[in-house]
Design a protein around this ligand. Structure first.
Ligand code: ADP
Ligand code: MG
Length: 533
């Protein structure tokens, strides 16, 4: 299937140019790796947060599990799309038993006009009650005085940027991934949640606040049966982020008293939550199209988390939807639909009218003549976020001759009828957007691996690969999230991208990308055992 099938050379070129805006060269990838490491280093030294570097949040988790851990604990996980609760019983032999429950978070509580933290956390507490009632009734039946002495330990996986000052304290820096509960910003979310649990008279004590990436790293370390060390836990779900163990001496911003205390207990490393979603917030390096700018302008955290907005599940479908609208406006696809009033209104608001570069000719919308015999689009075509990344997965995997799965997906999601050529082009767009996402992901992974030096290699200040020691070890990267787990070819493209980094074919083959199944939950449970008081 190729664009050769488009007869009109001008049109074909215009489409090719649009697709080419999502290409990333090897040079760009390598520049990205070097810049990423620089942003990590600055984040480790600077105490106050800034857009100039990565947040690099100390997690206060200092013990990497080895599979021998035992016992029962609870984990609550607020991702982006779902709230999950699980209880995990670690068997001490790399295996565990788990009960879990998940619920899609109600959008009015998450970002409604009157959304308040009190109502939001009370809602979470109600889910915890429901879960305990279903799976651990015993704890609800014990007398209150018994339980206040011996509550169940819970770890709270809260995957938003926080300023963490101890294992169980984290103030919210800002919401991401579509959340917006203004009064919670600047507050300690453990206090807010614990208050709601206490109000609901639940026998639960939050002992650790953590992040899904930290959980993924711990879970993979616990579960792996190989001798390989896990160097990184990474998430590609609604959002994207990574966590890795860093030497205490390199975490320059850590309070000297805390460092001295940990060193006196023999601690050498602490897991750092990079918050890499906000890599390059100043756009010094990231490839940017008008579609990226428009997506950003549609979000409640415009101007930040720009790396995430090019990679993760929340955004990829929306980027594709905007490209579809733009191609239609330029008469390149869906020509049996008219350029209605709606098109004018919606496209001029989002900023995608602007020319991205001189090679892309965008038609003028004023006085544009109606095409004869055309239909009107359903409002869904103009509805922000109406095309999900899950839909893109189905388009990506469609290899039927008529692209009939794609036809169905577009009909279902956007209520449009497509010709074969429309579908062919939309499939190419999907491919271009997801390829770029996975290649950007490999920049982050290569940068962290090189920063740790765990493969015996680092980058010099001028970006050259330096071998520090001979090392034949394989290292593991534990990954979790629906995009890396289910998006066809995503993991493969990450591996391809790693080869294009400074690690090249030879050294990138030492990195194994492992899906840490149920990572967040197990990892969070492990957090209740992985810190020093
Ligand atoms: P969370 O980030 O909340 O923990 P997930 O890891 O389940 O949640 O990721 C949810 C995101 O992944 C959503 O943006 C959704 O559109 C996307 N997604 C869900 N299923 C798939 C799929 N099969 N292929 C690609 N993306 C998917
Ligand atoms: Mg998740």
């Amino acid at each position: 299937m190729s664009l050769e099938e488009i007869d009109d050379i001008q049109e074909r070129r215009a489409i090719e140019r649009t697709l080419a805006q999502f290409d990333i060269s090897q040079e760009t990838i390598q520049k990205g790796v070097a810049y990423f490491i620089k942003q990590m280093e600055e984040g480790l030294s600077n105490e106050t947060y800034s857009n100039d570097f990565l947040p690099m949040i100390p997690s206060f988790i200092t013990h990497i599990p080895d599979g021998s851990e035992t016992g029962l604990s609870l984990a609550a996980d607020l991702g982006g799309t779902n709230f999950r609760i699980c209880s995990v019983n670690l068997n001490g032999d790399h295996t565990f038993d788990m009960e879990q429950f998940k619920r899609k978070v109600d959008t009015t509580l998450m970002n409604g006009e009157d959304a308040t933290s009190e109502e939001f956390f009370a809602y979470l507490a109600r889910q915890v009650r429901y879960f305990l009632n279903k799976h651990h009734k015993f704890y609800l039946e014990k007398s209150e005085s018994d339980l206040s002495k011996n509550p169940i330990k819970m770890s709270f996986t809260f995957s938003f940027p926080i300023n963490q000052t101890s294992i169980d304290k984290g103030t919210l820096i800002r919401w991401t991934k579509g959340y917006n509960i203004p009064d919670a910003v600047g507050k300690d979310v453990v206090t807010l949640f614990q208050y709601a649990l206490d109000e609901a008279k639940l026998p639960v004590k939050i002992v650790a606040i953590t992040n899904d990436t930290v959980g993924t790293l711990l879970a993979n370390s616990y579960s792996t049966l190989t001798q390989s060390k896990t160097v990184l836990g990474a998430i590609f779900g609604t959002g994207t982020n990574g966590a890795y163990p860093e030497k205490l001496e390199n975490i320059k911003k850590l309070d000297p008293k805390i460092r001295a205390h940990l060193e006196s207990k023999g601690v050498k490393d602490m897991i750092i939550n990079t918050e890499w979603g906000s890599f390059d917030n100043k756009l010094e390096f990231l490839p940017t199209t008008i579609y990226d700018e428009t997506v950003d302008s549609e979000t409640s955290n415009a101007g930040v988390h720009l790396f995430e907005k090019r990679i993760s599940g929340m955004f990829l479908g929306e980027i594709v939807r905007l490209v579809i609208l733009d191609l239609h406006r330029r008469k390149l696809i869906l020509n049996n639909y008219e350029l209605g009033e709606d098109t004018l209104k919606n496209m001029s608001g989002g900023g995608s009218i602007r020319k991205s570069d001189s090679s892309t000719t965008l038609i003028s919308l004023t006085n544009y003549p109606r095409r004869p015999n055309t239909k009107r689009f359903s409002h869904l075509v103009y509805t922000e976020w109406s095309l999900s990344t899950e839909n893109l997965s189905r388009i990506q995997v469609d290899d039927s001759t008529e692209l009939s799965v794609t036809e169905l997906v577009l009909e279902e999601a956007l209520h449009i009828n497509t010709t074969y050529l429309d579908r062919l082009i939309i499939k190419k767009v999907t491919n271009a957007v997801s390829q770029r996402a996975a290649l950007l992901a490999s920049i982050a992974i290569a940068a962290v691996v090189l920063k740790t030096g765990r493969t015996g290699l680092t980058l010099s200040d001028d970006g050259q690969l330096v071998q520090t020691k001979h090392n034949d070890e394989i290292v593991e990267v534990g990954v979790d999230g629906a995009v890396v787990e289910f998006y066809p070819g995503f993991r493969k493209t990450i591996i391809k991208g790693l080869k294009l980094t400074q690690l090249g074919e030879q050294y990138s083959s030492k990195i194994e990308i492992v899906i840490a199944k149920d990572g967040s939950g197990v990892g969070a449970a492990l957090c209740t055992k992985s810190y020093i008081e």
